[in-house]
Design a protein around this ligand. Structure first.
Ligand code: NAD
Length: 268
């Protein structure tokens, strides 16, 4: 690929820049960024990563194979007007990371047939461990989907879904890190309550989370089977899980995901 252009040089753009450079997918200077009235931020990214920065729309978009929209959703319309005036070349792929913005909204501003791909990464992109879902707009085919998936695989894993699934994706992996941080917060507080030093409790919990994620990745067993395997009748784990069941924690978690999916639908 010749060149990637980012419109919006915030946290998500930086995570992707880091991933692309680490994966050696293309040289740093082939990654171009522009931003909204924040020259210092552009300079910072240039010094840190050696990427190219510009205020010129023509320079930004010339020969860009992929154009990544990475501003907040509220700024999408302004960015699309900016792209509309630019008159993109056929085949230049417009990629949106904007939560809750449908590809049909973006396509309205583009010539018919311009490929648009929508992605939903999550915050772990900053440490190259994002879970990303990728969905095609009307004019994006398997070539565009493969190319965009491979870009997002540089910051974690990427799966292809139909766009209808994006609200569910947002509710699971988009917001998911916050649910797990919430769980971690509760466990950290509890570790202190049962007498552990805060630092030691945190270290034990971090490794416990990592171990569980790796075990799920490497094992053929379901979470329910893995849990059953380590829960002996009358034991300590059974005592703890019994309280979770009594207090309806599974139903609460499911209600949480439903609420997030509903909110995502309302916002779209
Ligand atoms: P951010 O606020 O850190 O960065 C956005 C940048 O875009 C800002 O620096 C702003 O100045 C610039 N900008 C706004 N409008 C512009 C325009 N018209 N032209 C050029 N630059 C413009 O935001 P972020 O956290 O990087 O999030 C960006 C997008 O990524 C959001 O739409 C969000 O929904 C999506 N996203 C973020 C995460 C995450 O974990 N941060 C996860 C999934 C999706």
């Amino acid at each position: 690929m010749k060149k990637i252009a980012f419109i919006g040089a915030g946290a998500m753009a930086e995570a992707l820049v880091k991933g692309l450079i680490a994966a050696e997918q293309l040289p740093a200077e082939a990654i171009w960024l522009t931003n909204h009235a924040n020259e210092a931020r552009l300079q910072e990214l240039h010094s840190e990563y050696g990427v190219s920065i510009t205020r010129s729309r023509t320079e930004l978009l010339r020969d860009a194979a992929v154009i990544i929209l990475s501003m907040k959703p509220k700024d999408a319309e302004a960015a699309m007007l900016y792209l509309k005036e630019a008159k993109l070349k056929p085949g230049q792929i417009v990629v949106s990371v904007l939560a809750g913005i449908h590809t049909s909204f973006l396509e309205k501003y583009l010539p018919e047939g311009q490929p648009v791909v929508r992605v939903m990464p999550n915050t772990s992109a900053t440490i190259l461990e994002a879970a990303t879902a990728v969905a095609a707009g009307v004019a994006a085919g398997s070539y565009e989907m493969r190319l965009v998936s491979s870009l997002f695989e540089t910051v974690g894993t990427a799966v292809q879904v139909e766009e209808e699934a994006m609200d569910a994706v947002t509710a699971i992996s988009g917001s998911g890190p916050a649910y797990l941080y919430y769980m971690m917060e509760a466990l950290e507080e509890a570790s202190i309550q049962v007498g552990l030093d805060a630092f030691i409790g945190k270290q034990l919990l971090i490794q416990t989370f990592k171990g569980v994620a790796k075990m799920l990745e490497q094992s053929d067993l379901t979470p329910a089977q893995l849990r059953a395997n380590i829960t002996s009748a009358g034991g300590t784990t059974a005592a703890g899980i019994g309280v979770l069941e009594e207090q309806g924690v599974k139903a609460a978690v499911q209600a949480c995901v439903h609420a997030a999916a509903t909110r995502s639908k309302e916002m779209g």
